[in-house]
Design a protein around this ligand. Sequence first.
Ligand code: 4AD
Ligand code: MG
Length: 470
Amino acid sequence: MVRKYSIKELLNKGTLFINKKVLVEGWIRSFRYSIFIILNDGSTIKNIQIILPKKLDKRIIKKITIGSSIRVIGIVKKSIGTKQYIELQSLDITIYESVDSKIIQKSILQPKKHSLKKLREQAHLRFRTNIFGCIMRIRHNIAFCIHKYFHENGFFYLHTPIITTSNCEGTGKMFQITTMDLKKEPIDYEKDFFKCKTYLSVSGQLEAESASLGLGKVYTFGPVFRAENSNTSRHLSEFWMIEPEIAFYHLEENINLAETFLKFIIRYIIENSMEDLVFLNQCLDNKGNQKKKNFLLEKLELILKFSFKKISYTEVIKLLDQEEKKKNIKFLHPIIWGMDLQSEHEQYLVDKYFKIPVIVFDYPCNIKAFYMRMNNDGKTVRAMDILFPGIGEILGGSQREERYDILLQRMKDTNTDKNKLWWYLDTRRFGSVPHSGFGLGFDRLVQFITGMNNIRDVIPFPRTPNNAEF
Ligand code: 4AD
Ligand code: MG
């Protein structure tokens, strides 16, 4: 039996395999002079070169086409070419499926430059492209190190329900789920599957809070669903969110955790995904729209270099107002205390003014969810958002309202149904404590780290308004 190796294993341990017989499998990236096959199996951005014997049956050669899947048993040799250290001298080749060259030409597997939009239209095939392969491997590493961080810091992974009756954030539409025939009138939700109206969850926070009030430190990492009609490059209808929740935690501790956590992830990716980052960096540099060389790598290093700027919402409003007057700029949305920060404001703050990530805290209560802790001024809540260069809001969190009466009042003020959330309110009667947490948009983080302009290019099968294909 000949042992099977991934191309990554072979290339990483090159010298150890010289003159050994090995088996590899993969898809053909190119085929030259009826002798050289360039093979990739997805394990790495790198390919291995296969050298075929000179006298190979013509019928087999005909079947060796771009995109075809093959198995090769061969001897590892030191490569004469300079590109790679080793190559594989084929002894035996099996073709699993030979791809018709005509269909390849219409597909994104044709080795030439394709737009990211075209890749999206063939989302089922884009895992085979260099760029999407890099993004997916990095996405994996980010997910992995998130679990690693929490595990090593005493957090427990909590699985919160996907089916829910309440809208935690109170804003935006939710996807309703039902087993009823909605054409039949009148609709009686008492007869529905759960005996009530149910939706896909927008956040696991409320359940995570109750878990934190027993386990101390928990986090969720799962898909959430929002039926907002936001067709932007930063919004998905189905996206992944990480929500840590920590008992006995104040806003300042929450802010510090968020910053440390984000820096940990970025450091981990620099240390563990360099090959893929370098490839993406080249793509961005080659696009010519980035004036700076090593745009992506420098952008990531910048995050690690400085402390994030911490500034209250009220100070932000003052600053933007002053800037408008001093520099004669005009924002589309006028700067008034109480307004929600729009992308143009976020961009100005992060990309033009501070040029590092910015943490804005203590927002007006009227623009934030019911569960955030009221400050003594009676106007602002202990909220915090982290704004990242080129992305805007990447993470949002708060200290939670732990005082029963004030929470009840906030629920009334925001039209939050206290009957549905009786259990949430109830946690404030059984040893309530100050606690805090945040939600990190996983796909936005992948977008930032990979430097992609569109969030649809960092998730395998994006769900957006008018689009649920694949
Ligand atoms: O700010 P959001 O709505 O916060 C919450 O859901 C809280 N329950 C979190 C918490 O405190 N536990 O969402 C959190 C993050 C945002 O900062 C953003 O990065 C991301 O989720 N996000 C989206 N990402 C992709 N597509 C969308 N439509 C998103 N909406 C929010
Ligand atoms: Mg938010």
